[in-house]
Design a protein around this ligand. Structure first.
Ligand code: ADP
Ligand code: ASP
Ligand code: MG
Length: 815
């Protein structure tokens, strides 16, 4: 004998129901089967809403009831041929007449007790199951509709009734002996000795199926739903969740107790008692093996799954009275008598306070009954009033292997901490099967994903990028990420998604990540760019592992870095502004990044993608000391002075450089040497020198009178008058067999930027075009300095450097 149960989503519409019938027919070929059904998808919820409206005196309940009736009649029409419809149509209509009377009563007396509600919702399962039994019979199969109220006996705890197994098991066995045909059974509902209708708790149809399996000693129990088994986390919140192939009864119980709705917690008990395996299967993907739940404890992963529950309040009971040994038990007794469910308890041994996580809907009742219990202690000040805080979720990691293997809680709280999630309370079940925490509900999805990543996907890290600046570099970066996205994913290393884009005028966001294959073009139809709002949205999206990429040259953007790091978002940028500001700011950003445990990477501040900053940092970390840095750090200046050797006048060479796009729109920005000065400032700081911008001696290549030229054209005119000076400089150098190079040097704590005449054998002399070159003389690289050379500017090489930093963040955040 096999018991199969189908949930509401499996029977939500005729198409789904046809799939269900196919599954049942397939099973019937192999063995005897009994089937348990839930109400049609959404019906229980509708019945509860109608009851609420009626109680509130809202006439709208009538329309809703009408719609619900129509939905059921429609099911009949679609599932059963006209000639076989009459019995079932009558059944449905009579039930809806009863419901109409019932709701009218509620409407008049404006009262809805738990007892009444149980009766109200029982109609959902009674209707669906009767219709399905008839529809199945119409296919020529012998079916037997069983209203489970006839055989499942419970106490009168309405809404969450307890089963009397002794009576129930006997009634079920007797019923099966006395009736032929395939039993088609209502889930969820039962009755008291007095014949009052009860329910087993929301989602309780799973339990009904287990009760039948236990009573009949079934070979197995199959729960068919809309997902392929119990997944590592709720797939609606964690998109990367995957099926857990096997769980022990205890693990399944713990996961569902803490919120994995896919199976009702009590389901495991009757099955466990008789060692009946439970299979959780997907109606829409029957070939998927789903999850098997049995008595085995399998080794392997540290945890099996993560579950969560929302709408939780923290109820704090505190005061000196709690130091008395009996006070704690009085708290729990008061709560239990009021039928308040405690989700989690956390009590520090040193403190006289108990912190309870309770569903918000029950929190006020909890406060009331505890305060009543401690009425005199509160009056005398021995106990405080019960304190409530709302807006929390609980989150639990579950697995039997945690018992033997320490480290789960470390990993859990590290992942939460790293993602800036405050933990309000922690508890570890005495069974050591789960560790749970209470966190702000707003952080739930982020927390689940961070934990899921930390426990299951440390091989495949997701990075969430927010990119400001979609100019040449930004565009090149997007293209590179798009080209590598698949490869990085497939090699299961890194999944990079871009969720925010902005240029100086517009910004746009995408919760699931922009499609990078067809790059998004920001336009008027997007929101106006507002940096504050951009950062705020980034914070609100609240992803674990977020990276802010600044591809602008804007001071306003770099001024926001401290706020971004504070929010635990990493930063990658070619923008030099932040690092070339004051030494104080430079130090502060690093300290902040360290404190918040996020990276601030800026390899492309100097010499585009060439590995200069990383190399310097590695040298310093490994204990080397920088003696001298000499560097050609401006591609445009190098182009100009190496071209000058060919004999053209200086002003002409500068014009060509500008036309080729090697200079800034106003070439004076390059010729002034300021940009090079900023770069040597950063390199000096990376070499652990305390340097301010004003300490740098800068020799500008812009003649004084050209400085104030009002336009770039005027500048070029004036520059012509200086061509002779530059050609004289060149001739003087050539006479000595030397070359002119614009370079930066740092030695003995002093930085200089300017034009030098260098002997032919100097490494810089061979440098042509727009290349950069950096010579690092250190204690270890003393006789022959380390040379780093290559293209030091250009959108592609800069974007490549930014991309490498982004990937580096992925590697850092990996555990
Ligand atoms: P049914 O109507 O079949 O009883 P439910 O809606 O009660 O189905 O349960 C299935 C739902 O449970 C899934 O759609 C999923 O959103 C949710 N769920 C929560 N946690 C988990 C989990 N760990 N694994 C699978 N599903 C889960
Ligand atoms: N129909 C009931 C509910 O929605 C029982 C179930 O689906 O298991 O809670
Ligand atoms: Mg369910």
């Amino acid at each position: 004998m096999k018991i199969i149960k189908f949930g509401g989503s499996s029977v939500a519409n005729p198409d789904n129901i046809r799939k269900v019938f196919a599954i049942i027919q397939d099973k019937l070929k192999q063995q005897e089967v009994a089937v348990v059904f839930s109400a049609f998808g959404g019906v229980t919820e509708s019945l509860l809403t109608i009851a609420r409206l009626a109680r509130e005196g809202d006439q709208a309940y009538r329309d809703m009831l009408q719609t619900l009736e129509e939905k059921h009649l429609d099911m009949v029409r679609q599932l059963i041929a006209v000639q076989n419809q009459s019995t079932v149509m009558t059944f449905v209509k009579v039930r809806f007449n009863e419901l109409e009377d019932l709701f009218h009563g509620i409407f008049l007396i404006k009262e809805n007790s738990a007892r009444t509600l149980d009766y109200v919702v029982s109609f959902g399962e009674r209707l669906s199951t009767f219709i399905l039994a008839e529809a199945f019979a119409a296919k020529g199969l012998k079916t037997q509709f069983l209203d489970a109220r006839d055989v499942i006996r419970t106490n009168d705890r309405f809404g969450q009734a307890r089963v009397d197994f002794e009576v129930t098991n006997q009634l079920i066995k007797d019923y099966f002996l006395q009736h032929d045909g395939i039993k088609i059974i209502t889930g969820f509902i039962a009755s008291t000795v007095k014949g009052e209708t009860t329910t087993l708790g929301r989602s309780g149809s799973d339990y009904t199926a287990a009760i039948f399996a236990g009573a009949l000693g079934a070979d197995d129990l199959e729960i068919w739903t809309d997902v392929s088994g119990v997944l590592t986390s709720d797939p609606k919140l964690v998109y990367t969740a995957f099926t857990i192939p096997q769980l022990s009864y205890n693990e399944a119980m713990e996961l569902s107790h803490f919120g994995a709705k896919v199976i009702f917690p009590a389901t495991m008990q009757p099955a466990m008692k008789k060692s009946i395996p439970i299979y959780i299967k997907n109606t829409f993907e029957p070939a998927n093996p789903g999850t098997m739940i049995n008595g085995e404890v399998t080794s392997g992963a540290l945890i099996k799954g993560i579950s969560s529950m929302s709408n939780i309040s923290i109820v704090t009971v505190q005061g000196a009275a709690l130091l008395d040994g009996t006070a704690g038990s009085r708290v729990f007794k008061a709560l239990s008598e009021a039928k308040v469910n405690i989700v989690l308890i956390s009590q520090a041994s040193s403190e006289h306070s108990i912190c309870l996580a309770i569903k918000t809907a029950e929190a006020y009742l909890a406060k009331e009954v505890v305060e009543k219990e401690f009425f005199y202690e509160i009056k005398s000040g021995e106990m405080d009033e019960v304190y409530l805080m709302h807006g929390f979720s609980t989150i639990a990691v579950v697995g039997e292997n945690m018992k033997q293997n320490p480290g789960a809680s470390g990993r859990m709280f590290r992942a939460l901490g790293r993602n800036n999630i405050n933990v309000a309370a922690i508890a570890q079940g005495s069974s050591e099967l789960n560790i749970s925490a209470v966190i702000p509900q707003a952080d739930l999805q982020k927390a689940l994903n961070a934990l899921h990543e930390a426990f299951f996907l440390s091989e495949n890290k997701v990075l969430h990028v927010f990119l400001v600046g979609v100019g040449l570099i930004g565009k090149a970066l997007i293209k590179m990420i798009a080209n590598q996205q698949m490869k990085l994913r497939d090699s299961s290393e890194l999944d990079i998604q871009i969720h925010g884009l902005a240029n100086s005028r517009y910004m746009a966001f995408h919760e699931d990540g922009f499609d990078l294959k067809n790059p998004y073009e920001l336009s008027e139809s997007d929101e106006n760019m507002d940096l504050e709002k951009f950062i705020k949205t980034m914070e609100e999206m609240n992803f674990s592992n977020s990276v802010f990429v600044d591809c602008t040259a804007s001071q306003t953007v770099s001024d926001a870095y401290s706020r971004i790091l504070e929010a635990k978002v990493a930063i990658v940028t070619p923008n030099k502004k932040a690092n070339s500001g004051s030494m104080e700011e430079y130090g502060y950003l690093r300290k902040l990044a360290k404190k918040r445990g996020v990276k601030f990477l800026y390899e492309t501040n100097v010499a585009a993608g060439l590995p200069v900053i990383n190399t310097l940092q590695d040298l310093m970390l490994s204990g080397d000391r920088v003696i001298r840095i000499e560097a050609v750090l401006s591609g445009s200046m190098n182009f100009i002075f190496s071209e000058l050797e060919k004999g053209d006048p200086f002003s002409e060479v500068v014009r060509v450089a500008k036309e080729k796009g090697f200079t800034e729109p106003d070439p004076r920005d390059d010729l002034s040497g300021m940009d090079v000065a900023r770069k040597i400032l950063i390199l000096g700081r990376e070499a652990e020198q305390t340097l301010e911008f004003d300490d740098i001696t800068i020799q500008s290549m812009v003649p004084e009178d050209c400085q104030d030229a009002a336009s770039v054209d005027e500048f070029f005119e004036k520059l012509k008058t200086h061509d002779i000076e530059f050609s004289d400089l060149l001739k003087a150098a050539e006479a000595k067999g030397e070359k002119l190079r614009f370079m930066a040097t740092l030695e003995n704590g002093k930085a200089k930027v300017g034009l030098n005449s260098l002997p032919n054998e100097h490494p810089f002399s061979s440098l042509s075009g727009s290349d950069n070159m950096i010579l690092l003389t250190t204690e270890r690289y003393l006789d022959r300095p380390m040379i780093i050379r290559g293209p030091g500017a250009g959108a592609d090489v800069t974007a490549a450097g930014v991309f490498a930093d982004v990937i580096r963040i992925g590697n850092y955040t990996r555990e």
